[in-house]
Design a protein around this ligand. Structure first.
Ligand code: C5P
Length: 209
């Protein structure tokens, strides 16, 4: 095949983003952070003052999302993440975004897609699937350190609760719940440096290329 797909899934703040960008750079592949497609849909609804619980409206917004203009800086706000995980339970929103994600995955010479359901739903035929995780406490700690590094006040307990609530919503939904694909390689980064996680991922990819 003329396009090689690397599917990377896992819970919020597990380090998927950093890892995915580094893999895409290393192999010269296109990268899509699929969380941004849910975030962009949610932001469009919030900006237009539209309700988050109307599936038809949310689907319409999802169909208008442009993959080219997605920017994590603009979409990083906490309220947008919360709203994204709410509209992500809607099957027609997911269908619309999954279509766009699948089209992206056909780009040559290869793509890295990261999210929650890439290996299970979006690209079940991907030759490489990684499930990147870390304990909820470690993920909350990383997010806390990130916020503090920006000079912003942060409350660890609140962030920890937030991470756990997001996990529950993502793992508990009926449509495309977060879970490892049966053939995914599990990468628990709780006790790993970014470099060690990258090396582990690289050996899985090199064995499949
Ligand atoms: O990864 P990120 O935190 O930006 O994703 C925001 C929300 O979008 C997630 O909490 C999840 O509910 C949803 N999402 C999803 N499927 C994906 C990517 C993200 O349901 N493939």
């Amino acid at each position: 095949s003329d396009h090689f797909v690397i599917a990377i899934d896992g819970p919020a703040a597990a380090g998927k983003g950093t890892l995915s960008r580094r893999i895409a750079e290393t192999y010269g592949f296109h990268h899509l952070d699929t969380g941004l497609t849910y975030r962009a849909t949610a932001k469009a609804l919030l900006d237009a003052g539209l309700p988050l619980d109307d599936e038809l409206t949310a689907e319409k917004m999802a169909r208008e999302v442009e993959l080219a203009g997605l920017d994590r800086d603009i979409l990083s706000k906490h309220e947008i993440g919360e709203a994204a995980s709410k509209i992500a339970v809607m099957p027609s929103v997911r269908r619309a975004l999954v279509e766009a994600q699948r089209r992206f995955s056909e780009r040559t010479p290869g793509t890295v897609l990261d999210g929650r359901d890439i290996g299970t739903v979006v690209c079940p035929q991907a030759p490489v699937k990684l499930y990147v995780t870390a304990s909820a406490e470690v993920r909350a700690r990383r997010r806390f350190d990130e916020i503090k590094a920006k000079g912003i006040a942060a409350d660890f307990a609140a962030i920890f609760e937030d991470v756990k609530r997001r996990d529950e919503r993502d793992m508990g939904r009926a449509d495309s719940p977060l879970k490892p694909a049966e053939d995914a390689h599990l990468l628990d980064t709780s006790e790993m440096s970014i470099e060690a996680a990258f090396q582990a991922a690289k050996s899985v990819i090199d064995a499949a290329l």
